[in-house]
Design a protein around this ligand. Sequence first.
Ligand code: ZN
Ligand code: ZN
Length: 260
Amino acid sequence: MPLVDHHCHLDFPDFASELNEVVARAASAGVTTLVTISTRVRKFNVYRAIAEQHPRVFFSVGTHPHQAHEELDVPVAEIVARSKHPKCIAIGEAGLDYHYDKSPRSAQREGLLNHIQAARQSGLPLVIHSREADADMADLLEAEMAKGVFKAVLHCFTGGQQLADRALALGMYISASGVITFKKSDALREVFASVPLDRLLVETDAPYLAPDPHRGKRNEPSFVARTASALASVKGISDEAIADATTANFYRLYDKAKTS
Ligand SMILES: [Zn+2]
Ligand SMILES: [Zn+2]
């Protein structure tokens, strides 16, 4: 039952002392393929080195919304050029985070628009981070998709039904994190029940958001099996069926992962 953790942050200091063990534990839990996600283009060499050291770890290039204001000077052409590395399979994560508002909203928006351009030009999927920004995100995605198509996933989805419906109508994928295992997440589970099986992904977003029963501890890619199992219950199917579907969806969306 192979699973993919398409969104984790293996460069974070939380993993520094035992990265080999963390990747090995994931593999023995059936989580055979990982994508370590960029939060800063200027840390590109760090992500690249991790991917080059581990055969089944891929990486992305982009600027997290928290850091958007720090990297608006990075040209779209640079993001696209860096994405040519054979193991760089996605653009992002970029987006809108109105919960923390660590970067001015105008900067987050400008950063996201740059990354959409990079996704169009590279043909790689865009990893979108959206928190408490449902209406602005849906409006922006619809307007941008009308100007030119791009592939995308709403990662660690915690939004409402409307954002899910509008993203699905644009052909996007929706990814579940450990949040769907939490007791209070009934409304979120309802949203996920409505997402077609061929648009679902699972992730850890490690080291954050460990699923129950690990909640509050450091998360790691091997725990994605818990989230997959919770998603299987939500969809009323077996763990094997959710693993098959989410893994097939991963290779369809992140189609560069196959050939690397
Ligand atoms: Zn994120
Ligand atoms: Zn992330």
